[in-house]
Design a protein around this ligand. Structure first.
Ligand SMILES: [Zn+2]
Length: 89
């Protein structure tokens, strides 16, 4: 979601989550250039409920995660993925 609204939400969530990924809790960086967005610690907008499962772009469905978590989450639902990233299993 590389739109004005998408960038705004990412910025907002960055402050709400104090610059940490919603899954692993690591610090992320806000990036503005495409080549920086490919880095593992780049901030990405995450749909908690995947769009494939009927999730929307509504703010209540958005969170900020690092690129690495965003890429490796796959089909898992976000709660079990967050626990797994934090070694809670
Ligand atoms: Zn992460």
């Amino acid at each position: 979601m590389d739109t004005r609204a998408g960038r705004y939400f990412k910025w907002l969530l960055f402050w709400q989550q104090q610059g940490r990924c919603c899954y692993c809790g690591e610090h992320v960086v806000l990036t503005y250039r495409p080549y920086e967005g490919a880095r593992p610690y780049a901030a990405t907008l995450e749909h908690l409920r995947r769009r494939a499962d009927g999730g929307t772009d509504h703010p209540s469905n958005l969170a900020m995660s690092c690129k690495r978590c965003n890429n490796t989450r796959g089909q898992r639902d976000w709660l079990s993925y967050a626990s797994w990233r934090r070694d809670e299993f």
